[in-house]
Ligand binder design. Structure first.
Ligand code: HEM
Length: 240
């Protein structure tokens, strides 16, 4: 009797296929974009004065009370954001490693034409992703844990409105510059991410592809300008 030396193919879970991982990236990325849009809307309340902005900051902490105690809803949001970032990063790293393994050691030989376009995009996504991660750490140390009081003595003794004003004074232009670069990276990351997500979902029609590309550019631009308008207005002295 002939014995087979072949082992049965390993069963791959649907979520760990490349398409599964791209869907994981799209869903977590979309959740993050929704948060970013809400956050941007909240920041624009700076134009309505201290009462409106401080009221919004208090609302964020108290929303759901007494149904959910303390900062319950805010903590649920924080945990969901953290889980989203971890899952997004995990999928990106696995897909990146698979791409590298598939290309093999002679990868540089095929970097021509459309391939070089792909290499440019993936490089932008990787560097952009690293800048965004560094920005989130800096941003949380500044405005959430209040560990670094940029442009002031101690953020802990100030209102949310006054912290924002202090954080974007001309003396701390370097912090403004970091926000500028990070928001640019975020806008480019979201533009490319939205476009890739649509490709994963099978938008193969050329005309639709062009339209979706423009939608992705519009989302990226709205995020960049919508966010940067507040620090820029503070820097220029329009909000004080
Ligand atoms: C110009 C750009 C931005 C400004 C001026 C800004 C400002 C702020 C401020 C003032 C807070 C604290 C709010 C409070 O005291 O209640 C905050 C919180 C936060 N921001 Fe931003 N933000 C910006 C962009 C972003 C971006 C692009 C992200 C995400 C990629 C982000 C993520 C967060 C997170 C996660 C929190 C913490 C919410 C919490 O746990 O309390 N921010 N931001």
């Amino acid at each position: 009797m002939a014995t087979s030396t072949q082992t049965a193919p390993k069963k791959v879970h649907r979520l760990s296929t490349s398409v599964g991982l791209k869907i994981q990236m799209a869903v977590t990325g979309l959740f993050f974009v929704l948060f970013v849009l809400l956050h941007m809307y909240g920041n624009l309340k700076m134009f309505s004065g201290p009462e409106a902005y401080n009221g919004y900051a208090t609302f964020l902490r108290e929303v759901g009370y007494p149904l959910v105690p303390g900062e319950g809803v805010l903590w649920i949001l924080r945990i969901l954001l953290l889980v989203s970032i971890i899952l997004h990063l995990h999928a990106a790293l696995v897909l990146w490693k698979r791409g590298n393994d598939a290309r093999g050691p002679n990868a540089y030989k095929v970097r021509r034409g459309r391939k070089s376009q792909q290499t440019y995009s993936s490089r932008t996504m990787r560097w952009g992703g690293i800048i965004i991660l560094l920005f989130i750490v800096y941003h949380l140390l500044q405005f959430t844990t209040l560990t670094i009081s940029v442009g002031a003595e101690a953020y802990a003794d100030m209102t949310p409105y006054d912290r924002m004003i202090a954080g974007f004074q001309p003396e701390v232009w370097w912090s403004y510059a970091f926000y500028f670069v990070a928001l640019l990276a975020l806008a480019m990351h979201i533009r490319h991410g939205a476009w890739s997500a649509l490709q994963t979902l099978g938008v193969s029609n050329r005309r639709r592809e062009v339209a979706f590309n423009w939608i992705a550019i519009a989302i990226g631009a709205a995020i960049f300008f919508g966010f940067m308008i507040v620090p820029t207005a503070i820097m220029a002295g329009f909000i004080s």
